[in-house]
Write a protein that binds this ligand. Structure first.
Ligand SMILES: [Zn+2]
Length: 340
């Protein structure tokens, strides 16, 4: 893996992603937004919801992520390039490319065991960021490339995880996943960029391990990944639709708890102010500390990727432990987190 001589960030990462000045990170050449986030945050929020509700939610997670991943790959493989990639001869190469990309952004270390065009794909993997979310990713990618509905099975074999995706042409028809329309507000990030490759300077604090397919924050030891926000938002939205309107509150509280624990337990220096929101693609805070507004203390954030998670992050960074997180929903790309 080639790295930038200045900041040490892999060139694959700086070439594939663009950090816009308005705080939105997109896959180069697309409008597909993503974030850098602790895989532990996604895992602890999803398992926290399951624990609180006492019912399994994995099928909702896999299904929502699969439907979004299909749209994502459809978007990446448009036009002539898409038609070429989907020719039987080139499909295996497309999966190999995705395997490499998944490793570069920390999602998983994957080996292709067997592939039958139009029928099945067998994978073995380690260091998976979240098995349910990744099962959704894998089956959605298969659906886009093969042009057929798919289902995925998971087994644990001798400490490694295996996934088999199979074509499922007789699958019942489904509603198309609703896409969220995002309005991005004008905003200006404050981070410094690497003069050579243009990524935010803060990323040089992360350790980019080639062998383990991992990005880690040395200060906390946490494993970081890059995920597309539409997919995670689709999962949270489907959970809310199926399980009720308390889901965003739970997501906010569980996000706050995750960062409070990270700060207290391991000492997360990035939580000293709100700058970390910017270079991870979470949004751009208007102030680095809470300010007085209509008798409350507030932090306004522009272009938040998910209002509930961002509200939880702000609450944790502002030392709000245990009490509920309140926020006003985003209007034209601007949200307000209300602190007691
Ligand atoms: Zn650089």
């Amino acid at each position: 893996m080639k790295r930038c001589g200045d900041c040490g960030v892999p060139k694959r990462v700086s070439a594939k992603h663009h950090w816009r000045d308005n705080g939105v990170i997109v896959t180069q050449g697309t409008e597909l937004r993503g974030i850098f986030v602790e895989s532990g945050l996604l895992c602890s929020v999803l398992s926290g919801i399951e624990e609180r509700l006492g019912i399994p939610i994995e099928h909702i997670i896999i299904d929502a992520k699969r439907r979004d991943a299909k749209i994502y790959v459809d978007n990446m493989l448009k036009g002539a390039r898409g038609r070429l990639t989907r020719m039987k001869l080139f499909r295996r190469a497309a999966y190999s490319y995705m395997v490499k990309q998944a490793a570069a952004i920390g999602l998983a270390e994957v080996t292709i065991l067997d592939y039958r065009p139009g029928e099945s794909l067998d994978l073995e993997m380690g260091y998976v960021y979240n098995p349910a979310l990744f099962a959704g990713d894998v089956s959605g990618a298969f659906e886009s490339i093969e042009g057929v509905r798919a289902k995925v099975d998971r087994t644990n074999k001798g400490g490694s995880l295996q996934m088999t995706v199979r074509a499922w042409p007789e699958a019942p028809e489904e509603e198309r996943l609703k896409l969220e329309e995002e309005t991005w507000a004008h905003a200006l990030t404050s981070f410094q960029r690497c003069p050579s490759c243009g990524v935010p300077r803060e990323l040089s604090r992360w350790r980019w391990s080639v062998d383990e397919c991992r990005i880690s924050d040395e200060a906390t030891g946490e494993w970081l990944i890059y995920v597309d926000t539409a997919g995670i938002n689709a999962v949270f939205r489907e959970l809310e639709r199926e399980l009720g309107e308390d889901i965003p509150k739970m997501v906010a509280d569980l996000s706050r708890d995750f960062y409070v624990k990270l700060d207290g337990g391991k000492g997360a220096p990035f939580l000293r102010d709100l700058r970390f929101l910017e270079y991870r693609g979470f949004g751009v805070p208007e102030s680095m500390y809470p300010v007085a507004d209509n008798g409350n203390k507030c932090v306004a954030v522009r272009n938040p990727w998910n209002a509930a998670v961002v509200a939880g992050c702000v609450a944790a960074a502002c030392g709000l432990e245990g009490s509920p997180v309140n926020w006003e929903a985003p209007k034209e790309g601007r949200m307000t987190v209300i602190l007691p």
